[in-house]
Design a binder for this molecule. Sequence first.
Ligand SMILES: C[C@H]1O[C@H](OP(=O)(O)OP(=O)(O)OC[C@H]2O[C@@H](n3cnc4c(=O)[nH]c(N)nc43)[C@H](O)[C@@H]2O)[C@@H](O)[C@@H](O)C1=O
Length: 337
Amino acid sequence: MTSSPPTALITGVSGQDGMYLARRLMAEGWRVVGTVRPGLSSIARMGPYLTGVQVVDHDLLDTTGFGDLLSRFSPRAVYNLAAFSAVGASWSDPELVARTNLVAVAEMLETLLRHRDKNSSDVRFFQASSAEVFGSRVQGALDEETPHRPRTPYAVAKSAAHHLVISYREHHDLFACNGILFNHESPFRGHQFVAGRIARAAATAACGGRAPVALGDLDVERDWGAAVDHVEAMRLSLAHDRPGDYVIATGTTHTLRDMLDAAFASVGRDDAEDHVEMMPHLWSATQADSLCGDPGRARRELGWSATTSFEDLIATMVAVDVRRITTGVAESESYLS
Ligand SMILES: C[C@H]1O[C@H](OP(=O)(O)OP(=O)(O)OC[C@H]2O[C@@H](n3cnc4c(=O)[nH]c(N)nc43)[C@H](O)[C@@H]2O)[C@@H](O)[C@@H](O)C1=O
């Protein structure tokens, strides 16, 4: 008799991380159920990459819906990747950000607890925390013990959710982990994020066009990794024998200027800055100048480290955008390789 595969529930499966994680888990023999906010356009875009995933409509703000998903699918692992993810835009609706990125997490944790008590079944929980919790004016490599100093509605909500996860782990013995995710990108990153916009500008230039990218500050430094690497750390967090919090980062930083240069160099050009329109108002002083992670604990305890170089990551993003432009095909499974 063959036993049925364990089920993983991924909230926000139509994002880049949800998609890569779903594919990774399925390759490991998991059945994957992924939630998508009703009406969200990214599901149409990401559909070609989600073959095999059971996609269900679910709004994080629907408080009873999460319990229904637990009863219906009996997942062994829940990865909470759904969020209001744009840091700067979080100023536009702080209440929605707090409800999505904090209150929904509180409700999930409480529901998991009730589910455990009722069914005597433990469900492991991964929370996508963020490097933004460290706030501005931080120095050196940041690790799991670095104090939080959040300074945007996004970061405040993520920081509070992060501490709630620790509270439920310590107080209720829930197997709950935070992945403190530093910036991570892929060819499937939305164009509201800087790397996606830079890749598009370089690809357009390579194809003979011109689409200047508007940027607020070229000196800002981030620890940019690849989404495909970072989701592996998420998987390993819940596969470990005890729950914990992990910085998921490469340990090195680059500036936006480095990213521009790498993107244009990957298509043989050295005129990156001619394709930039400086718009200082796009830069907010409440965001950090520099964020660098120390992934030492993930390396020691999970055996994880990032494997994709910054240059390869950016070159791949540009190459996929060149293929999108030259073929006219927006999404194709072939873009995964
Ligand atoms: C870890 C974190 O990572 C992501 O948030 P993000 O870092 O804001 O995303 P991004 O790639 O758009 O910005 C990178 C950096 O570039 C700065 N920057 C300069 N000039 C402009 C500019 O003109 N526009 C934008 N958008 N950013 C700019 C910006 O302020 C930031 O310092 C999300 O996944 C988020 O969910 C998350 O948790």
